[in-house]
Design a protein around this ligand. Structure first.
Ligand code: ADP
Ligand code: GLC
Length: 488
């Protein structure tokens, strides 16, 4: 099976969230299943500088307002995955993030930047751009890559099968209708049946409307996005594709997230020997200037600070949490108001609250290993990866019952170790997106924390979960098989 993944970010080269983790891991998992999975990425500096053994595939000339555009093929570092790179310095060679400048403003030419990504994907899919390789399936991720599905649909030549994965319906890629001409597509696509969405161009719709199959990253989120509550205005479009939409849970890259091999930890540990986790906690408390105490439960947040993640609820319930003697550690960045509020909490309670603003991969590992509880109180969550990493590290997730969180964490309700084993509990789950509901759940979790035998049972069960990429990769393979253009 030859499959081309089209995306804008990839771990470990450039990452703004879980999308990069998925794009970094899934092609490798597909290769382990026997697929020939490759990536197509924009030639952003962090990607261009890191991809190995680059060889030019072809020149693409002047497209999307850029001159001397070319396509290159190389290899992801420390991986078997081959990567096509679009070299278009005018559109991609700049400092800042993949979607935004350093000041947080969207790049004003994102329509051209991601139009080009989709256009090249579709032409690779149609065959001929790389005479040595034509994919049978093109798999586009999020709105950044969605245009590939529209270009494939509009392309007169051989039609590669397409899969579009929604990682987050809230980010839709909206642009002015007047700029439609830049995309070079037939005008029939500029309609409600195409890319138009409330008098704007919606790149997300290119995937939702034109892909052969639409997936999202958990079964619950697949059901939720067909409802007005979670559909971000696109629930009607999703209901219209009902028989083509499915949810496949993300996995965990065990080469990156494994407490037994994680070189960033004070002490490595495993399910069979969890002793090192206590040392990770002690080290975390020490390094962050918190009271060093095994008895104080440490709650952790590793997250984008956005309204999606429900972290305002954490702030609102913080006084009660602190009165109980628990501690909070945060690694996050995003909304300046949330950043300021968390920093202020740390200033007021330096022995109980530690906040690190910014993006820091190695600290994410330290927090997830050293904490007792991982807080993920999201308002919506397509899949969520931090609760999966936490399970692996024996850090019990406390999550809201929504999206992928509901699909991956089993609530502890029993009062005995045998009862917890019977219900296969792995964490704590609450329903209402309110501070009082979160606070009550924290109190409930603390009740378990005070009973080491119960806590140990939960840790063992959490660490025994298999959220590897093995099964998701098999599920994607079956999906590809059901739609693939068979080799000539
Ligand atoms: P989302 O993609 O919505 O941000 P996920 O839970 O799917 O949420 O993935 C988030 C990813 O980003 C995880 O790998 C998490 O560890 C990482 N992450 C989030 N914020 C930070 C941060 N401030 N520093 C380091 N890693 C972070
Ligand atoms: C998105 C979602 C997150 C998901 C990630 C990877 O960023 O917000 O829930 O885990 O994509 O699919």
């Amino acid at each position: 099976m030859k499959v081309l993944h089209v995306a804008a970010e990839v771990f470990p080269l450039i990452k703004t969230g879980g999308l990069a983790d998925v794009v970094g891991a899934l092609p490798q998992a597909l290769i382990a299943q026997g697929a020939d999975a490759r990536l197509l990425l924009p030639g952003l500096p962090a990607i261009q500088d890191a991809v190995l053994h680059q060889k030019k595939v072809c020149d693409l000339g002047s497209v999307f307002g850029a001159v001397n555009v070319s396509l290159w093929l190389g290899q992801m570092p420390q991986s078997k995955v081959k990567v096509y790179l679009i070299c278009a310095p005018y559109l991609y060679a700049r400092d800042g993030g993949p979607y935004q400048a350093a000041d947080g403003s969207e790049w004003s030419d994102n329509l051209q930047r991601f139009g080009l990504l989709g256009w090249v994907g579709a032409h690779l899919g149609a065959g001929g751009l790389d005479p040595d390789w034509t994919p049978q399936v093109l798999h586009a991720h999020d709105w950044h890559a969605a245009m590939a599905c529209a270009y494939v649909a509009a392309h007169p030549a051989r039609r590669v099968a397409t899969v579009y994965t929604v990682h987050n319906l809230a980010y839709q890629g909206l642009f002015a209708m007047a700029d439609f001409h830049m995309l070079g597509l037939p005008s029939r696509l500029l309609a409600a049946s195409g890319l138009e969405f409330h008098n704007q161009l919606c790149l997300m719709k290119a995937g939702l409307k034109f892909a052969d199959r639409v997936t999202t990253v958990s079964p619950s989120y697949a059901a939720e996005i067909a409802t007005p509550e979670f559909g971000c205005g696109l629930d009607g479009v999703i209901r219209g594709r009902a028989s083509d939409v499915s949810g496949i849970l993300n996995g965990v890259d065990g080469a990156v997230w494994n407490p037994q091999t994680d070189t960033g930890l004070a002490h490595r540990y495993s399910r069979a020997d969890v002793g090192g986790k206590a040392e990770c906690k002690r080290q975390l408390q020490t390094e962050l200037g918190l009271d060093v105490s095994a008895k104080a439960a440490v709650f952790a947040v590793v997250s984008r600070l956005s309204s999606q993640k429900g972290l305002d609820l954490v702030l609102a319930s913080l006084p009660a949490v602190l009165r109980s003697g628990a501690q909070l550690v945060v690694q996050g960045s995003g909304d300046p108001l949330l950043e300021a509020a968390f920093l202020e909490a740390a200033r007021q309670h330096p022995h109980q609250v530690a906040v690190r603003i910014g993006y820091d991969e190695s600290w994410a590992h330290k927090l997830i290993a050293g904490a007792d509880v991982m807080l993920v109180p999201s308002r919506f969550e397509p899949c969520g990866l931090t609760q999966l990493y936490a399970l692996r590290y024996g850090t019990l997730p406390l999550v809201r019952r929504v999206g992928g969180l509901a699909d991956t964490v089993v609530n502890a309700t029993a009062t005995s170790a045998a009862g917890l084993a019977q219900e296969a509990a792995t964490g704590f789950v609450f329903d209402e997106a309110t501070a009082s509901a979160l606070q009550a759940e924290v109190t409930r979790a603390l009740g378990f924390f005070e009973q080491p035998a119960l806590w140990d049972t939960l840790m063992q069960q959490a660490m025994a979960q298999d959220f590897s990429w093995h099964q998701p990769a098999r599920d994607y393979m079956s999906l590809y098989d059901s739609i693939a253009i068979k080799a000539d």
